[in-house]
Design a protein around this ligand. Structure first.
Ligand code: SF4
Length: 438
């Protein structure tokens, strides 16, 4: 029998979710006494410069609908768990729970909220015997419900169910996943084996093209829900909904090859609304110039004398926001004269090239990787794992880049305001419903 994947247009709560779960028989293995874990995608939270939530976070509406449906099944042991990015040394999980109405949901429905960073560690092995460290709360559950949002990703092209499970890792394994040998997508393909999602619900009410806080990022009101008990099938349909075939997504391809599961959509029974009618092709990548010395925007602005090679898969989420910040600050500092032969390296494997007077090394990994590099005339080390924003600003200044320190704040403000007044972008999707008690 073909694995089932259901797709429904979202039109009301909780009926649309009820229908899509019923179509894929998503609760068939659920018991009223199951210990349930819901894993949304609440990637990061910033109270100072609020990130527009559309396509960035799983909607609070869908999580509330899911709780209502689970309660109808008689379930009472429900936990929502996430491990948001750390900013300024603090995990942003609980600020995200607070800002997105999850604390109100917890109070109203009696569900538990867990920050995976605070959870005990459980060590699991992948099929090749490599150890991976998880939050124990993510492992010790009877019924794992994975609720990602549809988005593209700068390293893995798409971020759907499999990628969302990376949020269950302890910090040490998050860094391990961005190693230089085994590779990010190789690691990701083991997550379904270990976390064993009983149900994947892909929230496509909003979907995000080209990242949250980058030039060119765009949220779309797609208004679809996808559900399946088959983790691969759900991701294949989610990927297709934004224009990608399974064989274009490395972690899906690796998982299918290893498990012998089908990568072609024809092998799945897609129930509900038409997938063909709900495809919107998304872009996922930022263009760098041919010499790999900067994003295409540098070339367009005529920026010379600086090389910022394109990030690679070894750049982990700790340092990743700094790369965007560097690009914005360099652009703000350019006043028409070439910079003074500077290169800026990040991640874990870039190597300094000849021809530069100053090499700015962002983060402990790249400092170590270039320790003995003979091409470096003057190393400017921005130490930290990840380095602080302050250290980065000081590093850029010490390289002679006359940055406008407020340029990045202005950029973030523009990003946070860009959906204001647009009728498709409705804030209440990211709040506990009005009947919430707090
Ligand atoms: S220095 Fe940066 S890239 Fe290296 S592990 Fe730390 S956060 Fe990740």
């Amino acid at each position: 029998m073909s694995p089932k994947v259901a797709l429904k247009r979202y039109d009301s709560s909780p009926e649309s979710l009820r229908q899509v779960i019923a179509l894929c028989s998503g609760f068939r293995n659920l018991k009223s006494n199951s210990k349930i874990l819901i894993k949304p995608n609440l990637v990061v939270w910033d109270n100072k410069f609020p990130i527009p939530p559309y396509g960035v976070f799983t909607t609070t509406r869908i999580i509330e609908d899911l709780i209502i449906l689970l309660k109808e099944q008689g379930c009472s042991d429900i936990t929502i768990g996430e491990g948001g990015l750390t900013m300024k040394g603090e995990a942003t999980t609980f600020p995200a729970f607070e800002g997105l109405g999850y604390t109100a949901l917890a109070e109203k429905y009696g569900v538990r909220l867990v920050d995976f960073h605070k959870s005990q560690t459980a060590i699991a092995k992948n099929g090749e015997g490599q150890q991976i460290r998880f939050a124990r709360d993510a492992i010790e559950t009877d019924f794992f419900i994975n609720v990602p949002v549809i988005k593209t990703h700068s390293q893995t092209k798409v971020s759907l169910g499999m990628k969302n499970m990376k949020g269950c890792l302890k910090t040490v394994s998050r860094k391990q996943f961005h190693d230089t040998r085994y590779g990010l997508e190789n690691w990701i393909q083991w997550l379904p084996d270990i976390l064993n999602p009983a149900l994947t619900i892909i929230d496509g009410i909003y979907a995000l093209e080209m990242g949250a806080l980058h030039v060119g990022s765009t949220a779309h009101r797609k208004n679809i829900l996808i559900a399946s008990t088959d983790a691969l099938g759900a991701d294949l349909v989610g990927a297709k909904a934004i224009g990608f075939n399974g064989d274009e997504i490395d972690h899906l391809k690796k998982y299918a090859t290893r498990t012998g599961k089908p990568l072609q959509l024809e092998a799945y029974e897609i129930k509900g609304d038409s997938l063909a009618d709900n495809i919107t092709p998304f872009k996922w990548d930022w263009r760098w110039n041919e010499a790999n010395t900067g994003p295409y925007a540098f070339e367009k602005a005529g920026i010379q004398g600086i090389s910022v090679p394109k990030y690679d898969s070894s750049l982990c989420s700790g340092c990743s926001p700094l790369v965007n910040m560097i690009n914005v600050l360099v652009m703000s500092a350019y006043k028409g004269a070439p910079f003074e032969k500077i290169e800026v390296l990040n991640g874990k494997k870039m190597q300094a090239q000849p021809g530069f007077d100053k090499t700015l090394l962002i983060g402990n990994c790249i400092i170590a990787a270039n320790r003995a590099n003979p091409n470096i005339k003057k190393a400017l080390k921005v130490a930290g794992c990840p380095p602080s924003e302050e250290a980065l600003l000081n590093g850029l200044k010490s390289a002679g880049i006359e940055i406008d320190p407020d340029a990045y704040s202005r950029f973030l403000i523009r990003q946070s305001e860009k959906y204001l007044g647009k009728p498709d972008f409705v804030k209440t999707f990211f709040e506990c419903s009005t009947s919430c008690s707090t």
